[in-house]
Each structure stands twice: as C-alpha cells, then as structure tokens.
Design a protein around this ligand. Structure first.
Ligand code: ADP
Length: 394
C-alpha cells in the first residue's frame, strides 16, 4: 500500500495534531526579555519600557497587567517584532530574535479589534499567515479547518467578517493566530471589545485552548485584573514603563509586596502604620493612630513605617470575637449594595476603610458609628520604601 501523501495526512489532522506540532515546531518556546528598553522621541527621550527583565516559561500564560500607558503593549510588540528596542534582547525559545522581522519569529498574535481583512472570507483570513509563511498549498486547507475547529468556527469558513458577531470575529482572529502553529501566542486585550457576558464565555474558551495547547507560551496584555487572575499562571504588574512585581495570582493577591500591587490586583485597604514589634517572639504589633493592631510576624523592623493591607472581604462587622483580633471604629460615609454583598465605606481616623459584608439584616445608615474587625493573619504588612523589584528606593 502506498504511504499516504503528506497533503492527505495533514488534511486529517485534528486539534490533537495541532497540539503535537505546536510542541514540535521549534521546540518548547518560552519568551525572555533581557533588559529590554524602548524609547520614543527624536532623541529617544521618552522611555516607555525601562529595562524589562522577564521570562515566560514554555507553556506558561503570563499576563502583563497595569494601567493604561504603562508599557504593556509596547512589551508585547517588542516580542512580535513591531517595535525595535533601543537596548536589550528578546529571545524566543532561547534564540535571540531582536533583529528578526515579525514573520520569522513563529508567533501568533491577536489584538483587541480583531483586525480581520474585511474583503476576505473567514477561510482566507485564517490562511493568510500560512501563505505568508509559504506553507505548501496542499497543506493550507487542512490547517485552516483544523484552526477553525479548535475555535468552534468550522461552520463559518465561507462567511465574510461582516457577517459575524464580535465574539465570532474574535474566534476567527484566534484561529488565524493558531493556524501557523505558533510556539508563542501574543494576546493584546483580546476581550476588551466584547460585552461582559461574551467576555466571560471567551475567558473559558481561552482557558480550554490553553489546556489543548500546553506547550504554547502565552503573553496576555490586559488592564483587567479579573482576566489576569482567571487566566494567568503568573502576572507581571507594570506601571510607568517598569515591571513592578511578578508572581502567581495567589501570591500577588494574598501577599502583595507593594502598595501598587495590593491596590491593582484586587481591592485593598491600605493603612499607614508604625511597627512596634516585629513579632520575632510570636505575633507582630503595629501602631495605627492611637491603637495597637496585631499583624503576622516578621513583616518589618520595629520603629519602621509600613503600610497595612487588609482585603475588604476579610473584614467583619462588630467587635472582634477573638481576643487577639483587631477592632477599628469609624463613621459610615457610604453604603453600596452590590447584590451578594454590601460595601461599607467607613472613615477611621480620617482614613477610608472598606468592608464587604454578606447577609446584612439591616442596611447601616450613613453617619452611623460602627465597629469592624479583622484577624491578624488576614493582614499583610508592606514595608515602606521598597521598590517593586525588592530593592530600597534611593
Ligand atoms: P499600555 O499598553 O500599557 O496601555 P503602551 O505600551 O501602549 O501602554 O504605551 C506606553 C507609552 O508609550 C504610552 O505613553 C504611549 O503613549 C507611548 N507610545 C506607544 N507607542 C508610541 C509611538 N509609536 N510613539 C510614541 N509614543 C508611543
């Protein structure tokens, strides 16, 4: 029996084979930023990415999270090859790609506005990258079908983009990125043009795709902390051109090392305190206004200024039931009903303190004085003057 011709074999490939090829493509890829700096202006005076050092492991989803203008997209475009760093190197799969044009980097990219070619049918859109890569003609149809199947769009190959909903267009854009079997997938705010319900459905889809393509490294730019917390293995927090923090979602949420991380990843109460006792012999103690509060041991040296971070959902109403718990008293300045919870804003010694409370029988009134409590182990002490990479500010 004659061996099957390559074209036939490829036409029969399904998602499983795509996964295999992605892994086999150019090995397990991974991305490394090696002190990457990008600057604009006539004399390069506007640094928009400042010595970024970051590694995305093969198969890892790394979210770049930060406010608008912090340099996230610039970092992603430096990987894609659309932005040339003024210094530093970008490596993909251990290979220095800093000087390579985009089409030679083996990356797939999806941007916010889909960027489908309006005059091309879905199948032609998905085939575009394959043609640019000079994939043999006989292979293209099979690869297009395979990518459309992965994104649940197999029945739409003959449509034009204008005949699709926003969510469907984004699926086609993802199929187009996957068709070339990239080792690296770059996603730039891929869900922000979708409405809330579609967005949550697409988040689940992206998580599924990642499970099906476990060797593809994904760099995911977003300003939405829910997307970052939900999808990422690790989150790199960016602010003003710098990497400020990097860790798993749980690390950043539960043990933020900086005020910026505490307030950008989740919601945080941040109280200025002075350390009384670093807790070497047990629990630590800090001074806040006229009170002493108990905190976990080992946060900072006695006498130092620090910030106490308490998540609003870990705060309870009333005096602390435990003898070693912390109680704060203040005046309610605002009450927000949020369905499952009430959020109380309480002024404590002139500082705003938020509590997310479940199942309140009576809605507290503005101007009421209330007691709020939290457990020492639910507070995180953030030492003052630490920059985000762990070094002390000058
Ligand atoms: P983010 O993705 O975090 O919103 P960007 O990486 O898009 O941020 O932009 C970072 C900064 O770089 C912004 O201040 C932006 O105005 C600036 N910037 C981006 N692209 C250019 C460009 N081509 N020329 C000049 N400035 C730019």
């Amino acid at each position: 029996m004659a061996p099957p011709e390559p074209a036939r074999r490829d036409r029969n490939t399904g998602p499983r084979d795509l996964r295999g090829k992605a892994a086999a493509g150019d090995g397990r890829s991974g991305i490394r930023f090696d002190s990457v700096t990008v600057a604009y202006g006539r004399h390069g005076e506007h640094t928009v990415l400042d010595r970024l050092d970051l590694t995305v492991e093969p198969g890892e989803v790394m979210a770049l999270l930060g406010p608008s203008g912090s340099g996230k997209t610039t970092a992603l475009r430096a990987v894609a090859g659309f932005v040339r760093p003024v210094s530093g190197r970008v490596l993909i799969g251990g290979r220095d790609v800093t000087g390579l044009p985009p089409y030679r980097r083996g990356i797939g990219m999806v941007v916010q506005q889909y960027a489908l070619f309006p005059h091309m049918k879905v199948a032609e859109n998905v085939a575009f990258g394959l043609k640019a890569q000079k994939t043999p003609r006989a292979e293209i149809a099979g690869r297009v079908t395979e990518a459309l199947e992965m994104t649940g769009m197999a029945g739409y190959a003959a449509r034009y983009p204008r005949e699709l909903s926003g969510g469907q267009q984004q699926r086609v854009a993802i199929a187009r990125a996957l068709a070339i079997r990239p080792g690296v997938l770059l996603l730039d705010e891929p869900l922000s043009a979708l409405d809330a319900q579609l967005r949550s459905g697409m988040m689940a889809e992206l998580a599924r795709l990642h499970r099906e393509l476990p060797d593809v490294s994904i760099l995911y730019v977003t300003h939405d902390q829910v997307e970052a917390l939900t999808l990422a293995d690790r989150i790199a927090v960016m602010d003003r051109a710098r990497l400020r923090d990097c860790g798993t979602p749980q690390q950043l949420y539960r043990r933020p090392r900086t005020e910026f991380t505490a307030s950008f990843v989740g919601t945080a109460n941040l109280l200025p305190v002075t350390v009384l006792d670093d807790g070497a012999d047990g629990g630590g103690r800090v001074r806040f206004g006229g009170r002493t509060l108990r905190v976990p041991a080992g946060g900072a040296a006695a006498g130092a200024g620090a910030t106490l971070c308490v998540r609003p959902h870990l705060v309870g109403l009333g005096e602390s039931p435990a003898a070693d718990g912390n109680t704060l008293r203040g005046t309610i300045t605002e009450v927000q009903w949020r369905g499952a919870t009430h959020r109380l804003y309480v002024a404590v010694d002139g500082h705003r303190f938020m509590a997310d409370l479940r199942e309140l029988r009576e809605t507290p009134a503005l101007g009421d004085t209330v007691a709020l409590h939290f457990a020492p182990e639910d507070a995180v002490l953030i030492p003052a003057g630490l920059t985000e990479d762990g070094a002390r500010d000058a």
